[in-house]
Design a protein around this ligand. Structure first.
Ligand SMILES: [Zn+2]
Length: 291
């Protein structure tokens, strides 16, 4: 149990722009006042990011390919903290989904945001069953949804542009959730395994992708991180979650060159282990084994 009260308020605040609906998913109360911590875990070839908000809420984006995420969460949270306030599954590929199954088994997960696409795998079937069994609130991501978790901290879903709930796309990467996080003057963009088509869509809509810290899409694959996109993002730091000597050849040399030409400082989990960012509302600091 946490020593603060919280309530989830699902409220439809109105229709904006091109029919996009702004959803205020969660409103939390009682600020705690610590730093924002964003931990890009080294989970091998996969992605898992834990966000600890200044108000004391825990948000997990993806769970990596196996249960190694449990040890990482255990090290990051105090032993008595058994609650994940929000879990975002960018898409259900095994290197993002598999670790989440034991997270849902062992932690109290208050809410899930996912793209809602179906993938035929034993893990995905187990995942869907678990969410039902545990009666977890599931929300399907769509561009325009906003989540405010504190006075100065908010998320905005940028992609997918339409609800993909129940769809079975042949390329699951193309259904990845892209979400922006703002905390005071600091900003992050989390991209799952989104590909160039999603990037071009975002550039076309004029979404504000200009952030300080970019979670590089698809482990640095050459199918993502177009030069135009990186120019618009203009990240100061680019984080690549990738396994050492992986069979996909991630990150691709061309992607690394493009990231460098965009002016970003590159941090890789295969070289640096966990990459931990802490921030107040003005400045951020990056720490890893490479420092
Ligand atoms: Zn992936």
């Amino acid at each position: 149990m946490k020593n603060f009260s919280q309530k989830f308020i699902f409220s439809w605040l109105g229709v904006l722009g091109l029919g996009a609906i702004l959803v205020c998913l969660a409103v939390f109360t009682n600020a705690q006042g610590g730093p924002l911590e964003v931990r890009f875990f080294d989970v091998g070839q996969g992605k898992a990011v834990l966000i600890k908000t200044p108000e004391g809420h825990d948000i997990l984006i993806d769970g990596g390919p196996d249960n190694s995420v449990l040890q990482k969460i255990g090290e990051a949270l105090p032993f008595y903290d058994r609650k994940i306030d929000l879990l975002i599954l960018t898409h259900p590929d095994s290197d993002h989904l598999n670790g989440l199954i034991e997270v849902v088994e062992r932690y109290e997960v208050a809410a899930v945001i996912e793209s809602g696409i179906s993938e035929k795998s034993p893990e995905n079937e187990k995942w869907e069953l678990l969410l039902k069994e545990k009666n977890i609130s599931v929300n399907f991501a769509k561009a325009g949804q906003k989540i405010k978790t504190g006075k100065e901290l908010s998320f905005e879903i940028f992609y997918p542009n339409i609800s993909l709930a129940g769809k079975t796309p042949s390329n699951t990467n193309s259904a990845s959730i892209v979400v922006r996080l703002d905390y005071g003057e600091n900003s992050f963009l989390f991209t799952g395994d989104a590909e160039e088509a999603a990037e071009n869509y975002l550039l076309g809509t004029g979404a504000n992708v200009d952030v300080d810290i970019l979670d590089v899409s698809h482990h640095g694959s050459k199918n993502s991180s177009s030069l135009d996109f990186l120019r618009s993002v203009s990240p100061e730091a680019a984080i690549i979650q990738v396994g050492a000597d992986n069979r996909y050849g991630h990150p691709h040399e061309e992607t690394l060159e493009k990231l460098e030409s965009s002016g970003a400082k590159i941090f890789r989990t295969d070289l640096c282990g966990d990459i931990n960012i802490s921030a107040d509302s003005e400045r951020y600091k990056i720490e890893s084994e490479c420092d």
